[in-house]
Design a protein around this ligand. Structure first.
Ligand SMILES: [Zn+2]
Length: 111
């Protein structure tokens, strides 16, 4: 029971930090600025096509990863807020996220 509560708290903290990054992540803004082609278009770093800002998502090349213990906190925050991010279109971002999830599942399955 105590473990479940701790897990729930860490999950909440992770969600809160991700939300903070959405608002305040300078690396997020830098990636969007870097991908900007003109006033109305942003370029996807994967397929190189251009999109409206609303169809561009900011990606962490190295996933921010898990936050399960207090020891994970500093590396998690560093990966989330300090690494250089890239702009991807929705389709490319989804593809990358799916690949990462498959890889994580495969790794977990091996244990
Ligand atoms: Zn793309």
């Amino acid at each position: 029971m105590a473990i479940d509560l701790a897990k729930k708290r860490m999950r909440g903290l992770r969600a809160a930090l991700r939300k903070a990054w959405m608002w305040y992540g300078q690396n997020r803004r830098d990636a969007a600025d870097g991908a900007r082609v003109n006033a109305h278009e942003w370029r996807c770093a994967a397929c190189q096509k251009t999109f409206k800002r609303g169809d561009i998502e900011i990606d962490h090349p190295e996933p921010a990863g898990s936050l399960q213990t207090w020891d994970d906190l500093l590396p998690f925050v560093k990966r989330l807020f300090l690494q250089k991010c890239v702009a991807l279109c929705e389709g490319c971002h989804q593809k990358k996220t799916n690949a990462e999830n498959d890889e994580r599942r495969a790794r977990r399955g091996k244990k």
